[in-house]
Design a binder for this molecule. Structure first.
Ligand code: GDD
Ligand code: MN
Length: 376
């Protein structure tokens, strides 16, 4: 052991008690102000700030690196070729040795003035995680559109019903957790999508002792929200993974759900073309084509969002997808005929064909179309 380490080991004073982990994507005009505010509210606390940036095109990482040269308590963990709010938070927390780990957004919507009280609770009480909550007495969402309010309410109720979570604001992205509680949960985390708090609460091997503290959700300082429709889909995939994930992968759930929606698209197009006076074979063929293209686009955008194909690769992917699913249809028909000939009823035979066809389509397209290493 070097002399320097011997000296540090002699002193019990913690040089880092708290890590504030901040995921960023295109937040260049927010990070400096956030840092200024953290310095102000956390005076006297030994803290470090770990920004996790997914290679933002606006140059957030360069700005953060410049800040880290001037302020040793700041670090920028830059991820290349990756996206994801939850996984960014997880990796930021893993990068720190601090006993207390906070997560907050970079856009100043989360009230940094709450951090000292959060820390106080973890220091003094037998609580594992303190959550900044908009839905307990004293908290509020600020001026949110009513559509966003009702979506948030539905998502919250889902987590209460499906996962049995009891807190008022499980969707919060603002919390502070004891490192041991985080580490006990880390192997089971799904790290899908936006809802890292739901993930942590549902992944912990023992129920976490939670305290909610109120705060008022503010407006974004600069830049725009990354919350879009895909975030809702990711949330459903998180719920699926947390319930049936032991048996099937969330990708398969996503693929099968999109496949099922393809049946509706198919029937709708069939009806439409027949209604326009097309003959049946033409109408059925159009329906197959539209459903296949639709399924491909949805799977590309949702199931394989993290390795989405673009441009020419997308066109090539579509052709391979159609070939693979065409073979899947042959397998489907083959299996169904076999079961039927073996005296199975129409329902059982049809279902057997669908199940085999779906598995075939999933594995064949995963292998042929999407799950390829980007750089060999
Ligand atoms: N590294 C990384 N990668 N960061 C991301 C990504 C990503 O793919 N997507 C978003 N972020 C960062 C943003 O830069 C911001 O700092 C933070 O995550 C939250 O993103 P916003 O786009 O501002 O989300 P929001 O304000 O709509 O929703 C937030 O607040 C809600 C209420 O607390 C999120 O924290 C939600 O999870 C939360 O429910
Ligand atoms: Mn925000």
């Amino acid at each position: 052991m070097s002399d320097a380490l011997m000296i540090d080991a002699d002193s019990n004073a913690l040089l880092v008690e708290l890590a504030v982990v901040i995921p960023t994507f295109n937040e260049i005009d927010n990070v400096e102000e956030l840092l200024r505010r953290l310095e102000r509210v956390l005076q006297g606390v030994a803290f470090e700030v770990i920004f996790v940036d997914d290679d933002s095109p606006d140059g957030t990482a360069e700005r953060l690196q410049a800040l880290s040269r001037r302020f040793p308590r700041v670090r920028c963990l830059r991820r290349v070729g990756r996206r994801g709010l939850s996984s960014a938070c997880v990796e930021g927390m893993l990068a720190s040795g601090a006993p207390f780990l906070a997560v907050m957004d970079a856009d100043l919507q989360h009230d940094e003035a709450l951090l000292p009280s959060m820390l106080g609770v973890l220091r003094d009480e037998p609580i594992d995680i303190v959550v900044g909550s908009r839905f307990v007495e004293g908290g509020a969402v600020g001026d949110w559109q009513s559509s966003r309010q009702s979506i948030s309410a539905v998502a919250t109720r889902l987590s209460q019903r499906v996962l049995g979570l009891t807190l008022a604001d499980p969707m919060s992205g603002f919390f502070m957790i004891r490192r041991e509680a985080f580490e006990a949960a880390v192997y089971r985390l799904s790290s899908i999508g936006f809802k890292i708090l739901v993930d942590l609460l549902a992944s912990s091997p023992t129920p976490l002792r939670v305290r909610e503290l109120p705060y008022v959700f503010r407006n974004r300082l600069a830049g725009e929200s990354k919350l879009d429709n895909r975030v809702a889909w990711d949330y459903l995939m998180l719920l699926a993974d947390k319930t049936i994930g032991r048996f099937v992968s969330p990708r398969f759930v996503s693929f099968a759900a999109i496949g099922a929606s393809g049946v509706l698209v198919h029937l709708a197009v069939l009806r439409l073309v027949l209604g326009l006076g097309g003959d049946f074979v033409f109408a059925q063929s159009s329906a197959v084509m539209v459903a296949m293209v639709g399924n491909f686009l949805l799977n590309n955008a949702l199931t394989y969002r993290d390795q989405r194909l673009r441009g020419w690769a997308m066109l090539a992917g579509l052709l391979k997808f159609m070939v693979a699913c065409g073979l899947g249809a042959v397998a489907n028909i083959g299996v169904a005929s076999y079961v039927h000939g073996d005296s199975g009823g129409w329902l059982l035979s049809g279902l057997a064909g669908i199940i085999i066809g779906t598995f075939w389509n999933y594995f064949a397209t995963a292998y042929l179309v999407w799950l390829r290493p980007k750089r060999a």
